[in-house]
Design a protein around this ligand. Structure first.
Ligand code: PLP
Length: 423
C-alpha cells in the first residue's frame, strides 16, 4: 500500500496535490512519501519479528535504492540500519544518524581508502567478496591496529532476479566467493590477528517475484553455517541480502513480506543466528514517483503517436536499462477516452523511450503525468546527460513538503568545470 491517491480528481502524495509541487519546484521532479517509507519498513521488519525463529533482525536498508539523506533519516528514525556499497553511501548513512553498528559495507571493489574509512567508522560488518579483498582488509586492519569484523558474501549459484542485469547469485556473476572458498577463507580468517569473521552473507538478485530460488539459496546458506560450526568456527550472523520484488503494475504479483518472513522462519528454524536483511526496492520503490510534464504530442504520418515529456532517460533510466515497466498516470485525469502512445523524453537517443504502444488516457501539452513506483533506483541512477540539470527530489509528510535535493542551476553546473590554462 502507498500514499499516492486520487483526491478530488487529482493525484496527491499524502495530503499534497502533485500540481502544487510541480508549480513550486518545476518538473521533472521525484516526489517521495514519508508515510509510505515508514509503512514499508515497518511491514517488512514486523513480518520478520513476528516469527520467534527469526528474533530481532538487523534490517539494513539498501542505500543504493534511494540514498537521499532525508529518506535515510526517515528510515533511521524507525530503526533501520544501512547496507552500503561505497564510502559515499557509508557517509550518507552516518549523516542520516544510522549508528555505525547497524551499517553493513558490501561491494566487489572496495578500495584501500574505503576499507580504512569503514574500519575507522566501526561498521557492523564488512561483507567480503573475494580472496584478494580479505588480504586487503587484513592489511588495512593491521595498519590501523584494529580487528575487522567481516562476513563472507557467498555466491549460492542460484538464478533469480527480474532481469539478467540485476541477477547476482549465479557462479558466472562477479559477486561473492564459492562455498568451498568460503569454508577455507573463513577458517584462515579466524586465525588472523586482525580479522574477526562473524558470519556469512548472500544476495542473489533484485526484483525477485518467486520465493523458490531465495529459499534454495537460504537453505544452502544454512548448510554453510552448520558446516562452519561443525569445524569449530563461530558464526554469529547470517545476512540474507535484499531482492524481494515489488508490484510494477503489470508484472507477476510478488510474494508479500509476510510470505517472505514465513519462508525465512522455516529455513532458519533452530539455527540460532542473528539474521540481517538488506531490502531496498521493497521499501522505496512504491514510496516515490517521478512527476513530469507533457511538452507536446507528436503524431507522425506513419501512425506513431509520441508523447514527448520533459523527463528523460537521464532522470529515470530503468526502462532503457532493464526494459522496466512503470505505470504512467495522469495527475488530473479527464474522462475515459484513451489513445496509444510511445512515451519518450527529449534526449538524443532512441533508447530514451519509456514505453511503446501504451494505451493511456488522452493527454496534451502542459498535462502532468506521474511515473509510479519510481522511488527505488530512480534518482540514484540519474545523470546530467545532455547537460540536463540533475533531477530534484521532494519529500512529503502529511500536508508538508520540502525540496530535499535542489535542481542545480546551469551556472552551478558549469562552475564545476575547471579551465585548463593551455586550452
Ligand atoms: N544488497 C546488495 C548486496 C545488493 O547488491 C542489492 C541490490 O543490488 C541490495 C541489497 C538491494 O536489493 P533490492 O533493492 O532488490 O532489495
Amino acid at each position: 500500500m502507498n500514499h499516492f491517491e486520487l483526491r478530488d480528481g487529482e493525484l496527491h502524495c499524502e495530503g499534497v496535490p502533485l500540481s502544487r509541487i510541480a508549480a513550486s519546484v518545476g518538473t521533472p521532479v521525484y516526489v517521495y512519501s514519508a508515510a509510505t517509507l515508514r509503512r514499508h519498513f515497518n511491514v517488512f521488519r514486523d513480518a520478520l519479528r513476528s516469527h520467534p525463529q527469526i528474533g530481532e533482525p538487523l534490517v539494513a536498508y539498501a542505500v543504493k535504492a534511494n540514498s537521499n539523506v532525508q529518506v535515510l533519516k526517515v528510515l533511521a528514525a524507525e530503526g533501520a540500519g544501512a547496507d552500503t556499497v561505497s564510502e559515499g553511501e557509508v557517509r550518507r548513512a552516518l549523516a542520516a544518524g544510522v549508528p555505525a553498528d547497524k551499517i553493513v559495507f558490501s561491494g566487489v571493489g572496495k578500495t584501500r581508502r574505503e576499507i580504512a574509512f569503514a574500519l575507522a567508522t566501526g561498521v557492523a560488518e564488512i561483507n567480503v567478496e573475494s580472496e584478494p579483498e580479505v588480504k586487503l582488509i587484513a592489511e588495512v586492519a593491521a595498519e590501523l591496529g584494529v580487528k575487522a569484523k567481516i562476513a563472507f558474501r557467498v555466491n549460492p549459484d542460484v538464478s533469480a532476479g527480474g532481469h539478467a542485469k540485476i541477477s547476482t547469485g549465479k557462479a558466472e556473476n562477479k559477486f561473492g566467493v564459492s562455498f568451498a572458498e568460503a569454508a577455507r577463507l573463513y577458517a584462515n580468517a579466524s586465525n588472523h590477528a586482525h580479522l574477526e569473521p562473524i558470519g556469512v552473507a548472500c544476495h542473489i538478485g533484485s526484483q525477485i517475484t518467486d520465493l523458490a530460488p531465495m529459499e534454495a539459496a537460504f537453505r544452502k546458506m544454512r548448510g554453510l553455517v552448520e558446516s562452519l560450526r561443525a569445524e569449530g568456527l563461530t558464526v554469529e550472523r547470517l545476512d540474507l541480502g535484499g531482492g524481494l520484488g515489488v508490484p510494477y503494475f503489470n508484472q507477476p504479483e510478488p510474494p508479500t513480506p509476510a510470505d517472505f518472513a514465513a519462508m525465512v522462519a522455516r529455513v532458519v528454524d533452530g539455527l540460532d543466528v542473528q539474521l540481517a536483511f538488506e531490502p531496498g526496492r521493497v521499501i522505496a520503490a512504491n514510496a516515490g514517483i517521478l512527476l513530469a510534464e507533457v511538452i507536446h504530442v507528436h503524431e507522425r504520418p506513419e501512425g506513431r503517436r509520441f508523447l514527448v515529456l520533459d523527463a528523460a532517460m537521464n532522470d529515470l533510466i530503468r526502462p532503457a536499462m532493464y526494459d522496466a515497466y512503470h505505470d504512467i498516470r495522469p495527475v488530473k485525469p479527464r474522462g475515459s477516452e484513451t489513445a496509444v502512445y510511445d512515451v519518450v523524453g527529449p534526449v538524443c537517443e532512441t533508447g530514451d523511450t519509456f514505453t511503446r504502444d501504451r494505451p493511456l488516457p488522452v493527454l496534451a501539452g502542459g498535462d502532468l503525468i506521474a511515473f509510479m513506483s519510481a522511488g527505488a533506483y530512480g534518482s540514484t541512477m540519474a545523470s546530467e546527460y545532455n547537460t540536463r540539470p540533475l533531477v530534484p527530489e521532494v519529500l512529503v509528510d502529511g500536508d508538508k513538503f520540502a525540496v530535499i535535493r535542489a535542481r542545480p542551476t546551469y551556472d552551478e553546473m558549469l562552475a564545476r568545470e575547471m579551465s585548463a590554462e593551455w586550452v
